[in-house]
Ligand binder design. Structure first.
Ligand code: PMP
Length: 679
């Protein structure tokens, strides 16, 4: 279960943080939660002992307060004067102890976020290491807007999640205009929720706290991993979205009439909207997320890189993460791939591959080899080069006047094979025709580009075993460069790191993007063999250089995310832990055939396509205008799941980290939604 622990900080010292911690813990205990409290660093005073006693906590005082210094000074000074240093690993270990024992742990900071714990380590750094959401305690009255906004600003600068602000009254003074208006103003100006006010407490005894504080704080929203933003801010974001943003692959006329969902945060398998509603991310945020959102290790590596180097060009220079990543990619890629050419997204990875293949033959003096072959129903991206090798009529036909000539190859779609053909023979028949074409035209063909094993955007079309291997062999035999576009299938989606591994295939060129950065940042890589690379190494004056490169090529932040992605694969044994989940999915999926309008259910690893048909017998498709796939996906959203269909095909492509319970929920909600949309 998701932890709901909170780090309690304040806008300043002496604003009632400890009283607020006590009051919140008491209210939560009263609701039946087993609450732990921690005061990791304390300088002077007796707060930790006081909290332990008041809340009847059985924990060791050492765990509640692992770092204590006698003098009431800034911690870095108080500890220095005792010739000691604050022991962060000890704090982390104590927190782990408390976490084991309690439903919720409230961790009370020392002063505000920029209080130094050591010369180079502040309270905010500790919050980050503990990986906790932040609650800001503010005092009501004049001057609070400034202090609260500064605290929120600093939290955001450090990448911390601010769950809300709570006011704590430290005197019985009558409320004036500032006290009455500050909560609203702070919510409006910061977009952070104000969750209530803890009234002035004459006595800190439990009955008094419960009597005075019950109902004063919105505990439900406080405990949600992200409490979202204020109502006014929600409305503002929706208005601004409609006014300024043009969404991709979206009929904007419809969009403007709908209420858009604005995502504000994410954690693990969940996306969280501005209202704080949580949605299972059933398509990995468009097939990119790998280890879940906000993964600790990836976050940390990107942050560390950010502190060192955000960007420097690869044109004429190199940079550390780009070098390290290239080496790593070559070491995990199918055998024979030796060089890495970076770009920014899937389309550019394919674009570069096509240009490399074309120029390779031009450089070699084989001028006739100038056509790119591709499957008739393929999808390789939206830039003009990748559209040229695409064949999805709906997306591509309008650009026909702009694109270059290619050679289209029939596709082995075994569900929609002609009536008299059988699975999997039909696929191999297509390959015989492919061979006949190569025999005749190979002198004109530079390369053949395919999505190995699973054609994603074409509708999750999956090939029978052996097809990929044969395609590869034919390309080798007829001297055609074999380009594997693993933009969608790469990084574990089919159950292996790369789909090519499913059949022991090594392409001449491999295109990677999407999951390469664990779904964090735009990055792509086009890998080639040494032989292809050598085909570009000539004298400068020969002008046979690969004249291609994007500004953000090899961006260090993106490369750091990609390195972290591979580290997580290794540390968490992602691929071996995936195997039972793939099996679980394959056991769940047959139930979809109970629905009369499900024509085909296809699965390869964590890539699933459920094709909805108007008539199962004849496989007659639903008319496109009926939006049956879209309607099913609208329905799942009402039940807290995000999916995006491909026409009449419902796609499931969860993050590889999704748990069995979440997978069960994903499939069950999808089942009910399809039932509703097709009845
Ligand atoms: N190739 C394949 C196989 C894809 O699935 C996609 C995107 N769905 C692309 C290329 C294009 O990638 P991008 O959207 O990052 O340009």
């Amino acid at each position: 279960m998701e932890r709901r622990d909170i780090f309690i900080t304040a806008t300043d010292t002496g604003v009632g943080k400890t009283v607020a911690t006590l009051a919140l813990a008491t209210l939560l205990q009263d609701q039946g939660y087993d609450v732990g409290v921690m005061k990791p660093v304390q300088c002077g005073g007796d707060d930790a002992r006081f909290l332990k006693k008041s809340l009847s906590l059985k924990d060791d005082l050492q765990d509640i307060n692992p770092c204590f210094a006698r003098e009431p000074l800034s911690p870095h000074l108080a500890f220095k004067r005792q010739k000691r240093k604050i022991d962060v690993p000890k704090i982390l270990a104590a927190y782990q102890q408390l976490k084991q024992k309690h439903d919720i742990v409230l961790v009370e900071g020392a002063g505000g976020l920029v209080v130094p714990l050591r010369d180079d380590y502040f309270v905010a750094d500790l919050v980050r290491e503990l990986n906790l959401g932040l609650l800001v305690i503010a005092r009501p009255g004049l001057g609070t807007i400034n202090h609260t906004l500064l605290t929120i600003e600093e939290a955001r600068r450090k990448g911390l999640e601010v769950r809300g602000v709570i006011f704590s009254e430290i005197s019985s003074r009558k409320r004036g205009i500032p006290e009455r208006t500050n909560p609203r103003e702070i919510a409006k100006l910061s977009g952070v929720l104000v969750l209530g006010t803890i009234p002035y407490l004459k006595s800190l005894r439990r009955p008094e706290i419960l009597r005075r504080c019950a109902g004063m704080v919105d505990l439900k929203r406080l405990l949600e991993p992200s409490a979202g933003v204020s109502t006014a801010r929600q409305k503002q974001l929706v208005d601004w979205d409609k006014k300024y943003v043009w969404h991709p692959f979206t009929q904007m006329k419809d969009w403007l009439n709908e209420e858009p969902l604005v995502i504000d945060a994410a954690k693990g398998s969940y996306l969280i909207d501005t209202r704080g509603n949580r949605y299972l991310d059933g398509v990995s945020s468009l097939w990119v997320n790998v280890h879940g959102h906000g993964h600790r290790h990836v976050n940390r590596r990107v942050r560390e890189q950010l502190e060192k180097l955000e960007h420097s060009t690869l044109l004429g220079l190199s940079n550390t993460p780009a070098v390290e990543l290239a080496r790593k990619l070559v070491s995990i890629a199918p055998k024979g791939l030796a060089k890495v050419f970076y770009s920014d997204n899937g389309s550019t990875a394919v674009e570069a591959a096509i240009k490399i293949a074309y120029q390779y033959w031009q450089n070699a003096g084989r001028k006739g080899k100038k056509y790119i072959a591709h499957l008739a129903n393929s999808y390789h991206g939206d830039t003009l080069g990748s559209v040229s090798v695409g064949g999805i009529a709906l997306f591509h036909k309008v650009y026909r006047g702009l694109i270059f000539k290619t050679i289209k190859v029939d596709f082995p779609d075994c569900y929609r094979a002609p009536k008299d053909k059988k699975y999997p023979d039909y696929a191999f028949e297509c390959l015989d025709r492919f061979e006949a074409m190569l025999k005749k035209k190979h002198g004109q063909i530079a390369a053949f580009v395919v999505e190995p094993v699973v054609q994603g955007a074409a509708g999750m079309i999956m090939w029978p075993k052996g097809v990929l291997k044969r395609m590869r062999e034919l390309c080798r035999r007829y001297e055609v460069i074999f380009i594997a576009d693993e933009v969608a299938t790469g990084f574990g989606r089919t159950g292996k790191m790369f789909a090519c591994e499913q059949e022991g295939v090594s392409p001449d060129i491999l295109c990677l993007a999407k999951g390469i950065t664990a779904g964090y940042l735009p990055l792509a890589a086009t890998l080639t063999t040494q032989k292809i690379f050598d085909g570009f190494c000539f004298d400068y004056k020969d002008q046979k250089t690969f004249f291609h490169g994007h500004t953000y090529t090899g961006n260090p932040l993106a490369c750091a995310a990609a390195l972290a992605n591979l580290e997580v694969f290794k540390e968490e044994k992602t691929l071996s832990r995936l195997a039972p989940k793939i099996k679980f999915l394959s056991q769940k999926l047959p139930m979809f055939y109970n629905l009369p309008h499900v024509g085909d259910v296809r699965q390869r690893g964590f890539m699933v396509g459920i094709e909805l048909v108007a008539d199962r017998q004849t496989k007659k498709p639903y008319p496109w205008e009926e939006r049956v796939g879209a309607r099913a996906c609208e329905e799942v959203r009402r039940h807290g799941v995000i999916l995006r269909p491909l026409g009449n095909v419902i796609v499931l492509m969860p993050p590889l980290s999704m748990s069995l319970e979440e997978l069960a929920r994903l499939t069950d909600v999808t089942y009910e939604a399809i039932k509703k949309a097709t009845s």
